[in-house]
Design a protein around this ligand. Structure first.
Ligand SMILES: NC(=O)c1ccc[n+]([C@@H]2O[C@H](COP(=O)([O-])OP(=O)(O)OC[C@H]3O[C@@H](n4cnc5c(N)ncnc54)[C@H](O)[C@@H]3O)[C@@H](O)[C@H]2O)c1
Ligand SMILES: [Zn+2]
Length: 661
């Protein structure tokens, strides 16, 4: 690869990883498996090693991926909460050992399970739990004290405690509690969490600590961040001490003086990892002696005295019995493999995603074949590859008509997806309705998929408008609907007429318009009429709005059906209240700032806060719409871009002066 290719791949990987970091850390809703994420991160790390000039200070390889959200108040960590460097092979562990031995002599290593949950810090003053926080970006986290209090296994009072103690641990959800939660979510027809880690993170970062309490989280404490009044000299000693104080610590943490034994221990843990009852995604090797740790030091992101070993995702062979085709909301046909049930990573599974037509063709996967499936911490596993063809199997032919409505399907251009374009397709209608009533959209309680399916099948509902025409008698005619719940349902449909405008825009299910984009549209264009009648340029003038999104809206409202839908919804009483324009308060109202490089005194999060408090906006990328770029030391590509675009560049000092003046 030459430097130019490498440069564009580095940029691409950086964007991708930042995108997935946001989904994973801030929304607890990853799109790809950890395994796939780790592969992308490793590719970036390798490219940066090969082309050191491409290494940026804010690369995902150089910083912890999270950030403190707006839901909670911020906590500044006295001791940085770092990440761990990953190894994926025994060879990499030997490299780690070699590097350690270049600095210190005769290291002892402690090996412990790597819990798969959410990293937290807990502080105790004179033995009383006073504060707990998330890792955030490692420097500033979120105050989640109230939520941590609900965790039974976390001691709130310590006996014989030191004057001050800050410990670090991992909040997790046990396998049992995770399976229970999935069952509850299924019964309530809620979107299930993808894996125990996301369930733990999603449950802990709840504004309402009552919800956290219901989720039955647990915690393991694995480190002392700060202590006053007691002196400890090694990791093993501090884990023993934590156990003595009553903290839940790892069920085993053994110490070794050579890498062969360390690797044996790591593999022993791997072989029994399904039996623990709590989720782990690897093992951690740590230099035991604190004075040796000091000599080894740290990078910006992780200590050089510890290494994580990530276990490969579990893979199993099974027989493919059938291929089912699901029709999604936008009409996309997705193949799902149905196979002989297998037990994998803690659960029995019998369905797996088969991606798309190209995937099936490329691997020549046929019904009756033996395939390899993998579950990389996800609940719905995926087919990885073909193991062997079964007897008398024939190549799979992807349907040319929609399995739901029988219309001919199309495949547009480059896209791998095959779609049914019939606007009256019942399968699409059902998906569309499920989306329309969902919690983030019109939020109609009591209208789960099962009820909607009956409404669609009985032809009572042919479009979202029909929901607003339902009578209690219609609903009572459905299976398993008692009078009370029928009335409740009509009531919640009625209530949804008052929903804010952005919810309706999101509910329409316009391609590329998620909840955030819907909010942007409403905040800037204020009324449904403006949103329906604007031109591509009007949309792209909105900060955060791209051409793809703009074109998608224009295309959506170019159809008569879309215009009629809005009209009929209005006639049925859906309010679509106009958005009140935010009063232009604060010195920085209407201004957008981009921060880049290391500022001399402020952390970036602090500077952002100050800008936002003054009514300004901050953005992570420079465009023509940027008002100011605040540049610190070692500012990289954003600075160059600002110069090219002629955006005003200021220093931290100038920013502070502007705020004060
Ligand atoms: N699927 C996605 O889209 C996606 C996106 C971002 C990150 N991720 C996952 O998150 C990982 C990166 O997250 P990270 O930076 O938190 O690193 P990490 O989770 O791989 O390792 C660091 C963490 O391990 C935890 N830990 C658990 N047991 C421990 C023990 N015994 N000792 C010390 N620490 C222990 C700590 O809380 C620490 O924060 C990636 O490798 C990836 O697997 C996935
Ligand atoms: Zn169809």
């Amino acid at each position: 690869m030459d430097i130019n290719n490498a440069k564009s791949r580095v940029e691409e990987l950086t964007n991708l990883l930042n995108y997935h970091n946001n989904l994973y850390y801030n929304q607890d809703n990853p799109e790809i498996s950890d395994y796939e994420y780790d592969k992308l991160l490793r590719e970036l790390e390798d490219l940066e090693k090969q082309f050191p000039t491409l290494l940026k200070k804010d690369s995902p390889t150089q910083k912890v991926g999270g950030s403190a959200g707006e839901k909670f108040s911020e906590v500044t960590h006295t001791v940085q909460m770092m990440s761990l460097h990953d190894s994926f092979s025994h060879g990499e562990l030997l490299d780690f050992d070699r590097k350690v031995r270049e600095v210190v002599q005769n290291p002892l290593y402690v090996v412990e399970p790597k819990f798969d949950g959410l990293s937290v810090s807990c502080e105790y003053e004179n033995g009383v739990f006073v504060r707990g926080s998330t890792r955030g970006d490692g420097f500033v986290g979120e105050d989640i004290t109230d939520n941590l209090i609900t965790i039974k296994s976390l001691p709130k009072r310590l006996k014989n405690a030191p004057e001050y103690l800050e410990v670090r641990g991992e909040v997790y959800m046990s396998d049992d509690n995770f399976l229970k939660l999935l069952k509850i979510q299924e019964d309530n027809e809620e979107k299930p969490f993808k894996n125990p880690r996301n369930a733990a993170a999603g449950s802990l970062r709840q504004k309402n600590s009552k919800i956290t309490a219901q989720r039955n989280l647990d915690i393991f404490i694995f480190n002392i961040q700060q202590i006053r009044g007691v002196t400890l000299t090694s990791h093993k000693q501090s884990l023993d001490y934590l156990t003595e104080l009553g903290f839940p610590t790892a069920p085993f943490y053994n110490r070794y003086d050579n890498m062969e034994d360390v690797i044996d221990e790591i593999e022993r843990i791997n072989n029994i990892r399904g039996t623990f009852g709590f989720p782990i995604d690897g093992a951690v090797v740590k230099v035991d002696d604190f004075s040796q740790r000091e000599l080894l030091g740290a990078t910006a992101k992780f200590p050089k005295w510890a290494e994580a070993y990530k276990y490969p995702p579990e893979e199993k062979e099974t027989k493919l019995l059938d291929i089912e085709i699901n029709v999604g909301r936008t009409g996309a046909l997705t193949p799902v493999g149905i196979f002989e049930p297998v037990f994998i990573s803690g659960t029995t599974v019998s369905r797996a995603v088969l991606h798309n037509e190209d995937f099936i063709k490329e691997k020549d996967i046929r019904i009756g074949d033996t395939v390899i499936i993998r579950k990389a911490g996800e609940i719905i596993p995926e087919v990885v590859s073909l193991k062997s063809h079964g007897e008398n199997t024939v190549p799979y032919v992807f349907p040319t008509v929609c399995p739901s409505c029988g219309s001919k399907v199309t495949r547009d251009g480059e896209e791998a997806a095959i779609r049914c374009t019939n606007t009256e397709c019942p399968a699409q209608l059902l998906r569309h309705l499920i989306h329309f009533v969902s919690r983030d959209a019109m939020d109609i309680e009591g209208l789960g998929p099962a009820v909607l399916e009956q409404l669609v099948n009985s032809s009572l509902v042919k479009s979202p408008v029909d929901l607003y025409k339902l009578t209690p008698m219609d609903v009572l005619g459905l299976e398993r609907k008692a009078e009370k719940s029928a009335l409740n349902l009509i009531d919640s449909i009625e209530k949804s007429k008052e929903q804010e405008l952005y919810r309706l825009i999101f509910a329409l299910g316009i391609r590329h318009i998620g909840q955030k984009a819907a909010k942007l549209l409403c905040d800037n264009l204020l009324t449904i009429e403006n949103i329906m009648n604007s031109k591509v340029e009007d949309y792209t003038n909105i900060d955060g709005f791209g051409t793809v999104m703009a074109e998608s809206i224009v295309e959506y409202f170019s159809h008569e059906e879309s215009i009629n839908l809005i009209k009929e919804l209005k006639e049925c009483g859906v309010k679509m209240p106009p958005v009140e324009k935010k009063s232009e308060e604060g010195k920085f109202a209407g201004l957008t700032f981009v921060l880049t490089g290391t500022l001399p005194t402020l952390k970036r999060s602090e500077a952002s806060k100050m800008i936002e408090n003054a009514g300004g906006k901050t953005s992570s990328s420079v465009s023509k719409k940027t008002s100011y770029v605040v540049a610190g030391e070692e500012a990289g590509s954003k600075l160059t871009k600002a110069q090219n675009l002629g955006v005003t560049i200021i220093t931290e000092e100038q920013l502070l002066n502007m705020l004060e003046s």
